[in-house]
Ligand binder design. Sequence first.
Ligand code: NAD
Length: 276
Amino acid sequence: MTVPQITLNDGHTIPQLGYGVFKVDPAETERLVSTALEVGYRHIDTAAIYGNEEGVGRAIAASGIPRDELFITTKLWNSEQGTDKPRAAIQASLDKLGLDHVDLYLIHWPRPDQDLYVDTWRQLETFRDEGLTRSIGVSNFHRPHLERLLAETETVPAVDQLELHPAFAQRELRAFGADHGIHIEAWGPLGQGKYDLFGEKAVADAAAAHGVTPAQVVLRWHLDHGIIVFPKSSTPERIAANFDVFGFDLTPDELAAIDAIDRGQRVGSDPDTATF
Ligand code: NAD
């Protein structure tokens, strides 16, 4: 099974399909990431705030997979933005992961109320220049936050990682990203199980037509739209099934029917007002 590689605006490549570990129990993370690596995933998405970077690191070390075949993302938590905190934070993440660099380091949320993200972004540019991370990007950044980075700093983010699923399809930010070379990553790609996405007629019909699961249909919808995606599961069978999404093709009509589910239905926090 060959996962498509996407070339980012800095020339580095990222596997379009990965495994995300938000809410994966730290005590189970090594086992579940090891399962994912055995299934064939080579892209892991974690964050300092998830508390499971050590488990990700142990699974990487135990896998024996050459470092340059893996793509590891982690994220700077909101309380660590600004002044001298980001350097200590990235070093702490690297120590927990047991790595000398990550492939992608993200500002987790803009937290516009703090007004520290532009300064923080300049620090991430330095970390990239020093080789602590190969690429730098942002998460949960809305257009005004991106526009400030474009106007006030040297580096266009490689990615913006956003809540994105059929009922919250982020069309405007996807278009803005396409115009500026910012690739979009989806978090909550399956809606975090917070609404009946799998019961949506367009999803259920496509699953029945192709003899696959609704989750596989939704992941394929993301991939066909060029979105980078890393579903989370703590069930080995689902981790394997979520990787097995290249054996069928959605028709243009099926894709359009899933596109029509969009109703601006957020399941997570609004980045403009989040204060955690
Ligand atoms: P998700 O949409 O991937 O949903 C995960 C849930 O979907 C699981 O708990 C499980 O209940 C269900 N599920 C998974 N596979 C399934 C299958 N095959 N069949 C049926 N149900 C299935 O939500 P997520 O974990 O929040 O998002 C994915 C990743 O995105 C995270 O693990 C994390 O890496 C990242 N993320 C980032 C942010 C951010 O602010 N940047 C926020 C949330 C998540």
